[in-house]
Design a protein around this ligand. Structure first.
Ligand code: 4AD
Ligand code: MG
Length: 430
């Protein structure tokens, strides 16, 4: 087992060396404290005059924030200390002494300054905790699909066609022609589902979002399961089981992080299937009954989503949308051809849409008609149409936005803090 701060309970009563950085320090007379961080957590290290040689005791005056240090000492239980353990110092080795003032001090900094120092900001307690929860969410995603016998089938980043409309495509030079950065792996996911049955695609996707909102990135991660022989209802069954599993795994493994983030975990404990399912029409009625001026046939804006989410204590799934609000590939409802068999899942507490998905059009001629109707070039969709020629079956899937999910579960208001190095309209560095 690694000798790290997260594992201290296993080393109680033993003398060990922790390798890390100076997070903070404070002195009171004959005793001083070094708060050490090693990337897995924080621990208070105690130096007592008389118990150590003078040179070590005097080291306090020289130490700066982010000095790289290796600290040796014995581990003891201390319920009042962060993490519940403390290290009684016998030796400190300075690996690198910081001579310039560290840009991120204890004083308040503005978000833009912190984002410009993202490469350093990741070391701070809160940011570190968010990325740790992100790691656990990714693990839960992979475990869920493994347990449910899905195969990971990656899709390409360079593509010749648009998936989610043509307005926010990044176009790049591709030798003597142009290509697009993918907006979603779904179309390849559909091909893969016909080859493997149940699959998932998991990777970064790109959208030239010109809007500056707290929910939009230009590069974000999406996980997209796709299932052959699956309809909209079964798709929603998977979506709720999947999201509930992710939340439960975080509750089981991320309590230390939730404490740092001051996340009210009571709100997460109720995230257990079944989730409420309402139609688009029912959602519009809720908005109107609450006095919102919403015009039937448009997509929900952030305030609409927040009001809808407030009606429930679990994520809500909204299905059967006016076809014009949804992409060309959506299958229409047999009962009403004006409705598309799409579903959006809205997270509680105002975090907005975390899932978009639905059942796909599986008829060749109808799909061809829709591609034409949406004015999309036919050539790059030829392979996609093939799927409707050779053993076409009902199939469905969805895409979960990783960063929006991290934002909701960690209680982080702005999506830019949920990805290590965010890309937005105005930010390409660090
Ligand atoms: O609803 P979207 O656009 O759905 C699709 O792309 C489908 N092709 C997925 C599928 O059926 N396989 O995007 C899915 C999710 C959204 O619900 C949202 O969580 C997230 O991706 N998302 C974004 N996250 C961050 N920044 C953006 N600009 C996002 N756009 C969408
Ligand atoms: Mg959507």
């Amino acid at each position: 087992m690694d000798k790290t701060i997260s594992n201290l309970s296993h080393f109680e009563g033993q003398e060990i060396t922790l390798k890390g950085w100076v997070y903070n320090k404070r002195a009171i007379g004959k005793i001083w404290f070094l708060i050490l961080r090693d990337g897995t957590g924080l621990v208070q290290c105690v130096v007592v005059k008389g118990e150590v040689d003078e040179a070590l005791f005097d080291l306090e005056a020289d130490l700066n924030q982010e000095d790289a240090v290796m600290v040796t000492g014995s581990i003891r239980k201390e319920p009042r200390s962060i993490g519940g353990y403390e290290l009684g110092v016998s030796k400190i080795e300075v690996v690198q002494h910081v001579t310039e003032e560290y840009p991120i001090g204890p004083k308040e900094h503005g978000p833009d300054f912190l984002m410009s120092n993202r490469h350093l900001w990741l070391r701070s307690k809160r940011q570190n905790a968010i990325i740790r929860v992100r790691h656990r969410i990714v693990k839960a995603i992979r475990d869920f699909f493994d347990m449910n016998e899905f195969t990971l089938v990656d899709s390409p980043m360079f593509t010749a066609n648009a998936v989610e409309g043509t307005t926010d495509l990044f176009e790049v030079d591709y030798f003597d022609r142009s290509a697009y950065l993918t907006q979603s792996g779904q179309l390849y996911g559909e091909a893969s589902a016909m080859a493997f049955g149940k699959i998932y695609v998991f990777g970064p996707v790109f959208r030239a979002e010109k809007s500056k909102t707290r929910r939009h990135l230009t590069e974000f991660w999406m996980v997209e399961p796709e299932m052959a022989y699956c309809d909209l209802e079964q798709d929603m069954d998977y979506a709720e089981k999947f999201v509930a599993y992710i939340v439960q795994q975080c509750l089981e493994h991320c309590q230390a992080e939730f404490k740092i983030l001051e996340r009210d975990t009571g709100k997460l404990e109720s995230i257990i299937p079944p989730f409420p399912r309402i139609t688009y029409d029912e959602a519009v009625k809720i908005l109107h009954d609450n006095g919102l001026d919403f015009s039937y046939g448009s997509d929900f804006g952030a305030p609409d989503e927040t009001l809808l989410a407030e009606q429930f204590d679990k994520p809500v799934m909204i299905h059967r949308w006016p076809a014009d609000t949804k992409p060309f590939y959506m299958k229409r409802d047999e009962q009403n051809d004006d409705l598309a068999l799409g579903v959006d899942m809205i997270a509680p507490e105002g975090y907005g849409e975390i899932i978009g998905g639905g059942q796909r059009e599986d008829d060749h001629d109808i799909l061809l008609k829709r591609i034409r109707h949406h004015d999309l070039p036919l050539e790059p969709f030829k392979w996609y149409l093939d799927l409707r020629k050779y053993g076409s079956v009902p199939h469905a899937g969805f895409g979960l936005g990783l960063e929006r999910t991290v934002a909701w579960i960690t209680g982080t208001k702005h999506i830019r803090e949920t990805i290590p190095y965010p890309r937005t309209l105005s930010r390409l560095e660090p």
